[in-house]
Ligand binder design. Structure first.
Ligand SMILES: Nc1nc2c(c(=O)[nH]1)N[C@H]1C(S)=C(S)[C@@H](COP(=O)(O)OP(=O)(O)OC[C@H]3O[C@@H](n4cnc5c(=O)[nH]c(N)nc54)[C@H](O)[C@@H]3O)O[C@H]1N2
Ligand SMILES: Nc1nc2c(c(=O)[nH]1)N[C@H]1C(S)=C(S)[C@@H](COP(=O)(O)OP(=O)(O)OC[C@H]3O[C@@H](n4cnc5c(=O)[nH]c(N)nc54)[C@H](O)[C@@H]3O)O[C@H]1N2
Ligand SMILES: [Mo]
Length: 777
């Protein structure tokens, strides 16, 4: 195993991930959720034929039919399947001001939302409202706006294809392209980078490719926690001799050693599979330099080979036939010097050369990545560098090779396919105008960044959220909360209570909806919905659990009713859409590419593959070829003029660190399941600051000390969080890590990725100060 930045943590990090402790945790969560039997049944049918799609993550499944649940999928299901109710009675007992004082954990822990409620500003309480009145209030607000662009339609990535298709159709018939969504804070950079370079904003591999790859490079991702089913693919690849090379700012135990809970020996003994053949810990934001270095090694070696009359090591046939801009790119690589590469990546030339050697020895390489790559200022450029690397060897569009942005929410990719996009393609709009017999808005709408700004400037007035928790997911918590407090109407279609429900300007509604696991009954009978996974596989999902109350409606039903009440003289029969979802799928067939014969294709076992033009070597780019991109390495890794700031802070003797905000093992985004982060050895604590021991000592900080963290930004606003516990960890010097959403107050709203507008949640410049009354929070 290759190692660097070695720094022993004094904490109890386990020797392996998965195994019995994973099974134990799964059972604990099922038992604690107060509906154990239902949950067990739910788990057994998750991601199997005729069952429901696991709401945990967007990873795909093989069709062999054994149980496809994992520890964190179990948590997601158990969390949804509670028998505790948050109904109108609950709200009579709590004012919104009181609820605001509670933690995110407490809010969601109260149970499932079971009744529509409306905010009464005189009592400061939510009160029961009929569905009909709720829809009328929404219609009244929407129809009272002076422009449809004063409304914002947010989506979180769990909504089904059917619900999200109707939602965007309604929003556009109403007259706006304002569709901010969670993707803006997530994989947006991947979409932007891939669309420009390979002509499609999605990954090019399918699950089976993982069995055929000789090397898998995993960048900036923690699958042991966030995509546990991916661990099965990595484990079996590693066991078959595939070399897995990890680039991660932190030593994540699952990427080191993983025991499959489905393997009896690994389950019950200390044995485990070594996952990473080599594990590199680059500096935050240093991956672009690391990849540039790998390409430099490859191109240099290629040149040497040619000079010596040896065979070339890049795939020039592929490059000549399928790509443009190779010359420009080679020049920029030549001009990138090792000093900058080493300094930015935090890795040595030797380490980068070793990684390049593994790359060169493999016939088929997959590169996967997630938030460690997408949440920086130069994320688009970093992903384009990955594309450059893969193009060099023709590793796109051949079995066992390709690009794999591992998506987050279970249907976030499907939402985009269905048109949840503030910049819709003209062709999509034209087809939709035809089926709806209605003009479509042509101007680009708002993403999350613009939507929040529009509320802050009081230009937008109505916020409708199809799931999610924008209050805690978005950056700059104080600003975001202010934005929500400026709304004239805040409508939240949700399963559980969260902070987004509690930030109210004037009117607010909470509309309780069914989760993925629950039976969805409509006029024509029980409905199924569809989702698309990270491999562009579309399949059906059918809930099996009895809903907690008859008053809970499906997302599709809620959206259809909002549309029906708001739009007069609509050519779409919204009622029939919600009565029978096959009607929605028929509409989708007419509008969305790849969905012709939708209903028939759905009958195939495991659903159907949407295809991927780049995987077929059809490049829908400007040049009609795959594009090498000659981006300069960033001038600084930090999104502020660091030289200036360093000088300023040097005078104050303050050291600037870069902080990443990430997920613990016991959370699903803003949903906190518990206080442990088992794989990192954290117990009963969330306000934790991971720091290199040497850095800590230099700052006079002992393990367990409490610190305040303040971010550095060029406007004068102070962004600070306090009382974080110092936790020595194996992390590169100058870098820090702490959990999201506790650190969101530190991410300035204006600090976003170039061209992606994704908050720079993985590179926040901060300074530390010892909490005044240390050891007492
Ligand atoms: N159980 C569970 N599952 C989830 C989620 C959840 O919260 N809980 N969330 C879902 C969603 S929406 C998403 S988007 C995904 C998120 O999945 P991940 O991307 O795995 O999520 P993060 O916890 O943000 O982890 C980021 C990882 O990147 C590393 N990293 C950070 N910065 C850098 C860097 O600059 N370079 C490198 N090389 N590494 C870096 C961190 O150390 C960490 O291991 O998971 C999905 N699945
Ligand atoms: N600092 C920092 N900020 C981040 C990130 C980070 O790494 N660091 N990650 C970003 C990423 S990758 C993402 S995707 C966003 C996540 O942003 P969101 O998707 O907005 O947030 P979630 O926490 O997933 O939403 C949780 C809420 O969704 C509701 N919910 C759950 N299931 C359902 C359902 O089936 N239907 C409906 N209608 N509602 C449901 C529940 O009420 C729950 O409270 O956060 C982003 N913010
Ligand atoms: Mo995400």
């Amino acid at each position: 195993m290759t190692n660097n930045n070695s720094n022993k943590s004094p904490h109890n990090k386990p020797a392996k991930a998965g195994g019995f402790s994973s099974l134990k945790s799964t059972l604990k969560h099922i038992i604690q959720s107060q509906q154990p039997q239902t949950n067990l049944k739910s788990l057994l049918i998750a991601n199997t034929k005729d069952g429901f799609d696991c709401p945990g993550c967007a990873w795909g499944d093989k069709q062999e039919g054994f149980l496809h649940f994992c520890e964190n999928g179990a948590k997601a299901i158990a969390w949804e399947s509670t028998s505790k109710k948050v109904d109108a009675k609950f709200f009579t007992e709590h004012t919104v001001s009181q609820l605001l004082k509670q933690s995110d954990y407490w809010l969601e822990y109260q149970g499932r939302l079971t009744q529509p409620v409306k905010y009464n500003k005189h009592t400061d309480k939510y009160e029961a409202v009929s569905w009909k009145s709720a829809f009328s209030l929404i219609a009244e607000h929407l129809n009272g706006l002076s422009s449809p662009d004063q409304a914002e339609f947010y989506t979180s990535g769990r909504a089904s294809n059917e619900a999200s298709f109707l939602y965007q159709l309604f929003g556009r018939m109403y007259g706006t392209n304002n569709f901010p969504d969670c993707s803006n804070m997530c994989h947006e950079a991947s979409g932007v980078a891939l669309k420009e370079t390979i002509g499609i904003g999605k990954g090019t591999v399918i699950l089976e490719d993982f069995d055929k790859a000789d090397a898998i490079f995993v960048f900036g991702q923690n699958p042991g926690t966030n995509h546990p089913r991916m661990m099965n693919a990595l484990r079996s690849a590693a066991r078959n001799g595939c070399k897995i090379v990890t680039f991660n700012n932190l030593k994540e135990v699952a990427l080191e050693r993983f025991a499959s809970p489905q393997d009896p020996i690994e389950l019950l003994t200390p044995s485990a599979t070594t996952i990473s053949h080599a594990y590199y810990t680059p500096r935050l934001g240093g991956d672009m330099a690391a990849i540039r270095g790998m390409v430099k090694v490859i191109l240099t070696k290629n040149k040497d080979n040619l000079a010596k009359g040896l065979p070339e090591i890049i795939d020039s046939d592929f490059i000549n036939q399928h790509s443009v801009n190779f010359e420009d790119y080679s020049n920029i690589v030549q001009n990138s010097c090792w000093q900058t590469i080493e300094q930015q990546s935090g890795l040595t030339q030797q380490q980068i050369t070793n990684a390049a050697e593994v790359y060169l020895q493999a016939k088929c390489v997959i590169c996967t990545w997630a938030m460690g790559i997408t949440q920086h200022k130069h994320s688009v450029a970093t992903i384009q560098e990955l594309v450059n690397l893969q193009l060099l060897k023709g590793h796109i569009g051949k079995p066992g090779a390709g690009l794999c942005p591992v998506r987050g929410h279970s249907n976030v990719q499907g939402n985009r396919t269905m048109g949840i996009n503030e910049k819709p393609p003209a062709d999509f709009l034209n087809k939709q105008a035809l089926v709806s017999q209605h003009d479509m808005p042509k101007n680009f709408g708002h993403n999350v960044y613009y939507a929040l700004n529009a509320f802050l400037n009081k230009k937008s007035k109505v916020l409708i959220c199809l799931g999610g928790n924008i209050a805690q997911a978005a950056p700059d918590t104080e600003q975001t909360h202010q934005a929500l407090n400026n709304t004239e109407l805040n409508v939240q279609i949700s399963t559980k209570l969260n902070r987004s429900h509690l930030l109210i300007g004037k009117d607010a509604l909470i509309l309780p909806c069914l989760g993925r696991t629950e039976i969805d009954r409509q006029a024509s009978g029980e409905q199924k919905i569809t989702v698309e996974d990270t491999f562009s596989m579309v399949h059906a999902s059918k809930g099996k659990v009895e809903p907690l109350s008859k008053d809970i409606r499906s997302e599709t039903n809620i959206v259809a009713n909002i549309a029906k009440t708001t739009l007069v003289d609509s050519a779409i029969d919204w009622q029939s859409m919600t009565d029978d979802y096959t009607k929605i799928r028929a509409l989708i067939s007419n509008v969305v590419d790849g969905f012709d014969d939708f209903e028939t294709k759905l009958k195939q076992a495991g659903g159907f593959y949407l295809g991927n033009s780049a995987a077929d070597k059809n490049w829908y780019t400007q040049s009609k070829k795959a594009q090498f991109t000659a981006n300069e390495l960033p001038e600084h890794l930090m999104h502020v003029n660091i030289d200036e700031l360093t000088q300023e802070n040097a005078q104050k003797h303050q050291k600037i660190f870069t902080l990443q905000s990430l997920r613990s093992h016991d959370q699903y985004n803003t949903t906190i399941y518990g206080m442990n982060d088992r794989y990192r050895g954290v117990e009963n604590e969330r306000k934790v600051l991971f720091i290199n021991e040497k850095d800590a000592k230099k700052q006079g900080l002992d393990d367990g000390d409490l610190v305040d963290v303040t971010s550095i930004w060029h406007n004068n606003q102070t962004r600070s969080v306090s009382g974080f516990k110092v936790f020595y960890y194996d992390i590169p010097r100058d870098n820090l890590a702490a959990y999201y959403p506790e650190t969101n107050p530190l991410v300035p709203l204006d600090s976003y990725g170039d061209r992606s507008f994704t908050p720079t949640s993985k590179s926040i410049p901060v300074i530390l100060t010892k909490a005044v009354d240390n050891r007492i929070i």
